[in-house]
Design a protein around this ligand. Structure first.
Ligand SMILES: Cc1cc2nc3c(=O)[nH]c(=O)nc-3n(C[C@H](O)[C@H](O)[C@H](O)COP(=O)(O)OP(=O)(O)OC[C@H]3O[C@@H](n4cnc5c(N)ncnc54)[C@H](O)[C@@H]3O)c2cc1C
Length: 515
């Protein structure tokens, strides 16, 4: 084994959060940072850079290729759960929607025990990250690393969704990232002049020349190294095994699947579970891997277009919609986006014809109540963990998705969409309750928003404290989607980036958790 000299900070994983930390921490020229990324560099790879073809990346060379556990409530299907395996991580393969949800989503973190984490404390970091085309306002930022734009020339189906929503008396929002979120809006996209704005491109590329930053790609961390309760660094695989020391801290940014996996492999987790796999227990921290949350997404409600759809624009979507599955709810729980092409699981594709000029409206549940778990299958780091979001295990989630499916047919019945739709394609008509349930089970997939597996908080299931330090250990933090205690009602890239911005400020001592 090689042992290299140390760095002040070793960042494990160059994804959404890891690139932010590497860039912000090295603003201090006296601090050295090593960023370790298992995947390759993103530079020069056209398929990552081109916004319209992101869906073709799924299951490919830059995806870890995980699957959720077979779910009997989804007809036994093992839903794929893509995660980026390349510099930029999931932000290099994602759909580029920049949506921050509602202020109360973040206030709920503090209520859940994550002291100091609320909308007011995160807003400066959302603003700091943004370069919003509309310029700076009280809510939006300008001049930050991530360029945020709306579709300059929305695809006709995106424009049609906005008109359809207006016909149903929904608000058409000027800005989906303003204080009001209910209604339809043009999407905000992290697309900069036709290029994907991943964190690798926006945060890391501009600072690569800093002498205090070292980036190693093709470097898979297999082990955390400890001296007692102090994390002293990591071992990683890259043409042999290398051990590297972190003089100040090891920062786990490997994402909501790999970060808890590395903790479990290090013997940090539920005592009994670790014992079942012969892992020597370092700390009984039962919350590791628990509290796994994701937003279920129906892939999708498909319609045959009256006219050829033409080339894909923007990210292949362009408009979004938020509404309530039940008028008694305070806030929207359903969120849909338009797809400028077919959007269906293999099972749905087998049953219905979605070939040709077919577009989709895909509804997801942004306040899913089902909570799952990540656990070890083996003590071998090469064996992927068991990842189970337990979709639909709370029956209210099924009700909400059935309601969402039905509402898409209300939209399809508007004059605006009737002008675009020849006929429903999948399903091929509005369904009754039993049929709709069956369609939900066959079409339910992931919105790609896995989080919560190393939740911050104070209770017995909390894994990190509100400064993101792993309970019971020195010099070890988790900074990525894992620490989110309750998923916000939105896509998760912007929240993770704001979280990492705030974490960088905490680590640098520029921000304090209130006592
Ligand atoms: C297909 C897809 C579409 C999505 N669409 C959107 C969207 O449109 N809008 C949105 O807001 N969100 C979207 N998301 C979600 C969002 O991108 C993620 O929530 C966010 O990127 C998570 O950031 P992270 O830093 O927690 O993890 P990641 O960005 O996944 O970063 C983890 C990094 O760690 C690396 N890594 C893992 N294990 C190791 C190891 N052992 N050693 C070294 N490196 C390791 C990985 O390769 C990766 O680079 C999407 C996600 C996917 C996958």
């Amino acid at each position: 084994m090689n042992t290299t000299d140390g760095y002040d900070y070793v960042v494990v994983g160059g994804g959404s959060a890891g690139c932010v930390l590497a860039a912000r921490l090295t603003e201090d020229p006296d601090v050295t940072v090593l960023l370790l990324e298992a995947g390759p560099d993103h530079a020069g790879i056209d398929s990552l850079d081109t916004p319209g073809t992101w869906a073709s990346l799924l299951g490919g060379a830059y995806d870890w290729g995980y699957h959720f556990t077979a779910n009997p409530l989804l007809d036994g299907r093992e839903v794929p759960i893509p995660r980026g395996r390349v510099l930029g991580g999931s932000s290099s393969i994602n759909a580029m929607l920049w949506y921050r949800g509602h202020a109360s989503d973040y206030d709920a973190w503090e209520t859940a025990g994550a002291k100091g984490w609320n909308y007011a404390s995160l807003l400066p970091y959302f603003r700091r990250a943004e370069d919003w085309e509309g310029g700076a306002t009280a809510e939006r930022g300008a001049g930050g690393p991530i360029r945020i734009t709306t579709p300059p020339n929305p695809h006709p189906v995106a424009a049609g969704l906005l008109e359809a929503a207006a016909e149903l008396d929904m608000t058409v929002l000027d800005d989906c990232n303003g204080p009001d979120i209910e209604g339809a809006a043009l999407a905000n996209l992290n697309i900069d002049d036709g290029h994907r704005g991943s964190t690798a491109r926006a945060y890391l590329d501009p600072v690569l020349a800093r002498p205090n930053l070292t980036v190693r790609t093709g470097a898979t961390v297999t082990e955390l190294v400890f001296a007692g309760t102090r994390c002293t660094g990591v071992r990683y695989r890259s043409h042999g095994v290398v051990e590297v020391r972190a003089h100040a801290e090891t920062l786990l940014c490997a994402g909501a699947i790999a970060s808890p996996h590395l903790l479990l492999l290090a013997g940090i987790g539920d005592l009994e579970h670790l014992g079942e796999h012969g892992v020597t227990v370092r700390a009984d921290l039962p919350g590791v891997g628990r509290n796994l949350q994701d937003h279920p997404l129906l892939m999708g409600v498909n319609f045959r277009s009256r006219r050829p759809l033409g080339p894909v624009r923007d990210n292949g979507g362009g408009a979004i919609l938020n509404w309530r599955s039940d008028p008694a709810l305070d806030l929207p729980d359903l969120h849909a986006f338009i797809v400028q092409g077919p959007h269906a699981t293999p099972e749905v594709t087998k049953r219905y014809d979605v070939a040709g000029d077919v577009f989709a409206i895909s509804p997801g549940l942004m306040r899913s109540r089902s909570v799952g778990r990540l656990s070890l299958r083996s003590a071998d780091p090469e064996v992927a963990p068991d990842i189970d979001p337990r979709y639909l295990s709370d029956p209210r989630d099924l009700d909400a998705l059935v309601s969402g499916l039905d509402y898409i047919f209300d939209l399809a019945g508007t004059a605006a969409l009737r002008g675009l739709i020849d006929t429903p394609a999948a399903p091929d008509r509005r369904l009754d309750r039993a049929e709709a349930e069956a369609f939900v089970r066959a079409s339910c997939s992931t919105f790609f928003h896995v989080g919560g597996t190393c939740a911050m908080g104070v209770g017995p299931d909390a894994v990190v404290d509100p400064e993101l330090r792993v309970y019971g250990f020195d010099r070890l933090r988790v900074v990525d989607a894992s620490v989110i205690p309750i998923l916000p009602s939105c896509n998760t890239n912007a929240p993770v980036i704001a979280l990492a911005e705030r974490a960088a400020a905490l680590i640098r001592g520029h921000e304090r958790t209130p006592s």
